[in-house]
Ligand binder design. Structure first.
Ligand code: 6PG
Length: 486
C-alpha cells in the first residue's frame, strides 16, 4: 500500500511529527540521511501502538513509496540542508507533487525555492511549526504558506494533526508562499518578547521583593488562572519550583548561567520590522537583552565599576501586595503592546506583498499548540474579527480600554524598577511604545527642524499644505533657497 505522506528528516521534531500523523491514521513513509533514525522511528511507531509508519532505504525509495500527488514534509536544518534536500528529492518527483518545509526558515529562501521548483511544476510550501517536541507529537500550531491547490492537498492531514482549540484546529491557510514562514518568524519575535517580559518581572520579584523561588512559583501559578494565563507563565511556575537534583540542594534555576542563546528568528523579526519601518521596541529590547546577557565576562567587570542606585524602601515605598498586582498588569499590558508590534509587522509585509493575511485567523492558530499560546489571544482574535484592517491592535476600543485600565500599575511597576536599578528594557519599551502611540503630539517637530537646519531636508507645516525650508541663520541664507537648490 502506498503512503499518504512522507516525512524526511528524523531529528526529534521529525520523529514526533511522523508519529503524530500516523496516530491520526495517515500512513507515513519516513526517511533520513542516517538509516539508524529511520529504524528508531519505525520501532517507536511499533512500540506506540503499531502506528502505520514505514521506513525507506534512500530518497528514491522514499519517493516511490508515496501516493501521487506526493506530499512530502521535510524537517532538516534551515539553510543549505534544505536546498540540498530539495535538489535530491526533486529528481524523483513530478508535476503536481508538494514539498513542505517545516523548518524555521528565512522567508526569502522559501520564495526563492518556490521559484526554482516552478519549472518542474512542483509546489512548495513553507510551514512554520511551533510547539517543540511535545507539540509536534500531540498537536502543534501549523502555519503553512504556499499555493492554495497545494495547501488543499495537505489540509486533511494538518487539520487533524494540529492542536485543537474551541474554534477549530490551530492551522489554516495563511497565504501565498513565504507567508507561513513570516508568521512563524513573528511568532518567535513575540516569543522572545514574552520570555523577556516574564524574566524582568521575575527579576523585580527576586531583587526588590526578595521572594523565594517557591513564593514566585506560587505567584506565577496564581497568574496562570488569570487573564495572564499562558503556556510560558505555566512553565515559569514549574521551572521556579524545580529543586536541583544534581547537588540535592536548592533550585535548578539558581544554578543556571545567565547567558542566553538563540537560533536567529528573533533577530530576523527585528530586521524585518526595521525594513518595513514598523516600530517593534519590545521585541527589539528582548533581543538586545539576550545580547547583553551573552557578554557575561564584560558584565562581571562592569559590576565592579558601574554603580546602581542606593535605593531604600523609604525612598520608594514598597507594598508587596500592591507591587505584585502592579507587576501582573504591567506584564499583561506590555505583552499586548508586544503582540501589537508583531501583528503590525505582519500587516505591513502582507500589504506590501499582497498576501492578504487574515490576522484574526492567524492569531486563532496561535491559541493552542504553540509556545505563545495565551488566554489574551482570544481578545486579540476578536479585535481583528471586528476590523480586519485595524492599523494597530491598540486602536481597537476594547483593547484600548483594557490597556488604559492597566496604566497606573504599569507605571508604578516601571518606576520601582528604575528606582531600584533593575533593568526592565521590555516592560519599559512597551510602556514607551504605548506613551508614544497614544500622543497626538510628539517632539518630532524638533527632529524635523534639526534635519532641516543641518541638511535642508525640509518639513511639513501644521497650518499650510506643502514642503518648507527655513533659512535658520544668515549662513543658511547664503546657501540659497531649497527650491533653487533642487
Ligand atoms: C517554537 C519555537 C522554536 C524555536 C525555539 C528556539 O515555536 O516551537 O519558537 O521554533 O526554535 O524556541 O528559539 P531560540 O533559540 O531563537 O530562542
Amino acid at each position: 500500500m502506498s503512503c499518504d505522506v512522507g516525512l524526511y528528516g528524523l531529528a526529534v521534531m521529525g520523529q514526533n511529527f511522523a508519529l503524530n500523523m500516523a496516530s491520526h491514521g495517515f500512513k507515513v513513509c519516513v526517511g533520513n540521511r542516517s538509516p539508524s533514525k529511520v529504524e528508531l522511528t519505525v520501532k517507536r511507531a511499533k512500540d506506540e501502538g503499531d502506528l502505520p509508519i514505514v521506513g525507506s532505504a534512500d530518497p528514491e525509495d522514499f519517493c516511490k513509496q508515496l501516493s501521487k500527488p506526493r506530499k512530502i514534509i521535510i524537517l532538516v536544518m534551515a539553510g543549505k540542508p534544505v536546498d540540498d534536500m530539495i535538489a535530491t528529492l526533486s529528481q524523483y518527483l513530478e508535476e503536481g507533487d508538494v514539498i513542505v518545509d517545516g523548518g524555521n526558515e528565512w522567508f526569502h529562501n522559501t520564495l526563492r525555492r518556490a521559484k526554482e521548483l516552478e519549472p518542474k511544476g512542483i509546489h512548495f510550501i513553507g510551514m512554520g511549526i511551533s510547539g517543540g517536541e511535545e507539540g509536534a507529537r500531540n498537536g502543534p500550531s501549523l502555519m503553512p504558506g504556499g499555493p492554495k491547490p497545494a495547501y488543499d492537498l495537505l489540509e486533511p492531514i494538518i487539520t487533524k494533526c494540529a492542536a485543537q482549540v474551541n474554534d477549530g484546529p490551530c492551522t489554516g491557510y495563511i497565504g501565498p508562499v513565504g507567508s507561513g514562514n513570516y508568521v512563524k518568524m513573528i511568532h518567535n519575535g513575540i516569543e522572545y518578547g514574552d520570555m523577556q517580559l516574564i524574566a524582568e518581572v521575575y527579576d523585580i520579584m527576586r531583587s526588590v521583593l526578595k521572594l523565594s523561588n517557591k513564593e514566585m512559583a506560587e505567584v506565577f501559578e496564581e497568574w496562570n488562572k488569570s487573564p495572564l494565563a499562558s503556556y510560558l507563565i505555566e512553565i515559569t511556575a514549574k521551572i521556579l519550583a524545580k529543586e536541583d537534583d544534581v547537588t540535592g540542594e536548592g533550585y535548578v534555576i539558581d544554578y543556571i548561567l545567565d547567558k542566553s542563546g538563540m537560533k536567529g528568528t528573533g533577530r530576523w523579526t527585528i530586521q524585518e520590522a526595521a525594513e518595513r519601518s514598523v516600530a517593534a521596541p519590545t521585541m527589539a529590547a528582548s533581543l538586545d537583552s539576550r545580547y547583553i546577557s551573552a557578554r557575561k565576562d564584560e558584565r562581571v567587570k562592569a559590576s565592579g565599576l558601574l554603580k546602581g542606585p542606593e535605593m531604600t524602601a523609604a525612598e520608594i515605598p514598597i507594598h508587596k501586595g500592591q507591587l505584585l498586582d502592579d507587576l501582573k498588569w504591567a506584564l499583561w499590558a506590555s505583552k499586548v503592546c508586544s503582540y501589537a508590534q508583531g501583528l503590525s509587522t505582519i500587516k505591513s509585509c502582507s500589504d506590501d506583498m499582497n498576501w492578504d493575511i487574515n490576522l484574526s485567523e492567524c492569531v486563532r492558530m496561535w491559541k493552542g499548540g504553540c509556545i505563545i499560546r495565551a488566554a489574551v489571544l482570544q481578545k486579540i482574535q476578536d479585535a481583528y474579527a471586528r476590523d480586519k484592517n485595524l492599523p494597530s491592535l491598540l486602536l481597537d476600543p476594547v483593547i484600548a480600554g483594557d490597556l488604559n485600565n492597566c496604566t497606573a500599575g504599569w507605571r508604578r511597576a516601571v518606576v520601582v524598577a528604575i528606582g531600584y536599578g533593575i533593568a526592565t528594557p521590555a516592560l519599559s519599551a512597551s510602556l514607551n511604545y504605548f506613551d508614544s502611540y497614544r500622543r497626538e503630539s510628539l517632539p518630532a517637530n524638533l527632529t524635523q527642524a534639526q534635519r532641516d537646519f543641518f541638511g535642508g531636508h525640509t518639513y511639513e507645516r501644521t497650518d499650510k499644505e506643502g514642503v518648507f525650508h527655513t533659512a535658520w541663520t544668515d549662513a543658511h541664507k547664503s546657501i540659497g533657497d531649497i527650491n533653487e537648490r533642487k
